[in-house]
Design a protein around this ligand. Structure first.
Ligand code: PLP
Ligand code: COI
Length: 356
């Protein structure tokens, strides 16, 4: 089971969903399966980006002999548009996603998309697919902005032509579920100075074998540990991590090896405003085992745009199993509060909802 509902082998709609009548009920959309019929495209000729335009999604061809395909010269983002309680449509924290997109692009030597183009293109993509947006509280439109090197050239250097695209997908509201995570003992995904903080395909490719190990052992996902000592928690395959020990809510620090999640940042800000003791600090498997022995271990969860908040039941490796509390009121309150803030079921944090 994945954290956000795309089951292995689930069908995709390689065709165009077109009209909403062809979509299942919002609760059955899952994640990433139902793609919009159009995408937004801008082209970079080495000097500047063209104005964004709309074209049929399947009209975009990516050359195999490009650095985008051959060397993974691409970066992406993931953000959501929601229908609010008042019927309006908004994006959640697009400016924060734009800044992270620019940082990822800089790390890979790709031309940056500035905040204005990012927000304009996301707005265009939503506008072209308004009919795909599930009703208030029942799902979202997930947006996938991507930059890839597009020049046909097999040598290794910065490409001279790039494309920026935004694809959308209608998604269910993530289901509440509980995960078992495998603490990967051998493989590493990121080290200091590497790509861990960039949202780029290489991180996910580097993580897939770990996910397969985890699933072969009947776990749901993998927890990546630090490369130097294999003792400290990093993040899960596509989520940042939080654990409660005593009265403190802890999350691993942004050490360059994990993604600076927008959901993580939102939760930290919300928790601090609610006067919770929310702390960014190193968390080792031993810390968790000691807290468990002392009876101080509360709940734990993963968080991300696709998943929102997913409770964690346990983190295991070949020698131990750390079990988290299933009844942590603080975790359920944060999850409900985040859903409200993202969807506009509250007037709190209005600066995070960008009305379209
Ligand atoms: N870590 C990884 C590796 C991810 O893929 C994601 C998902 O985007 C996250 C963390 C959470 O980031 P965000 O909350 O910005 O979606
Ligand atoms: C997201 O949560 O936006 C992601 O990027 C998840 C994806 C890797 C499946």
């Amino acid at each position: 089971m994945s954290a956000y509902g795309t089951e292995p082998g689930a069908p995709t709609n390689d065709g165009n969903p077109g009209e909403t009548s062809e979509l299942p009920q919002p609760e059955d959309l899952g994640f990433g399966r139902y793609l919009g019929a159009h995408l937004v495209l801008a082209e970079h000729d080495g000097a500047r980006w063209s104005a964004p335009g709309l074209l049929p999604r399947q009209a975009l061809c990516v050359p195999v002999a490009s650095a985008g395909v051959q060397y993974g010269l691409s970066v992406f983002e993931g953000l959501k548009a929601y229908r609010g309680a008042d019927g309006g449509v908004h994006l959640f924290r697009p400016q924060a996603h734009a800044h992270r997109f620019a940082a990822s692009a800089a790390r890979l030597g790709l031309p940056a998309v500035d905040e204005a183009l990012f927000v304009e293109s996301c707005a265009m993509a939503v506008d072209a697919h308004r009919k795909l947006l599930p009703p208030y509280g029942r799902g979202s439109l997930y947006l996938r902005p991507t930059i890839h090197a597009d020049e046909e050239f097999l040598g290794l250097r910065r490409a001279q032509r790039h494309r920026y695209s935004v694809v959308v997908s209608a998604c269910s509201d993530p289901a509440m579920k509980r995960l078992r995570l495998w603490a990967e003992p051998h493989l590493i995904r990121a080290a200091v100075g590497g790509l861990g903080a960039a949202k780029t395909g290489a991180n996910y490719a580097a993580g897939l074998a770990g996910l397969m190990h985890a699933q072969a052992k009947a776990y749901d996902d993998v927890v990546w540990l630090d490369a130097a000592t294999h003792t400290r928690l990093g993040e899960a395959g596509s989520m940042n991590l939080f654990v409660r020990i005593g009265s403190r809510l802890l999350t691993p620090p942004l050490d360059g090896c994990i993604l600076a999640g927008i959901t993580r940042d939102s939760l930290l800000q919300m928790a601090r405003r609610a006067r919770l003791d929310a702390v960014e600090c190193e968390i080792s498997l031993d810390d968790l085992a000691i807290a468990q022995q002392r009876g101080e271990l509360g709940g734990a969860f993963g968080c991300g745009t696709a998943a929102r908040i997913v409770a964690i039941d346990e983190i295991g490796d070949s020698t131990r199993c750390i079990r988290f509390s299933a009844q942590d009121a603080c975790v359920s309150r944060l999850c409900a509060a985040l859903k409200d803030v993202q969807e506009g079921g509250t007037s709190d944090w209005p600066q995070w909802r960008y009305g379209l």
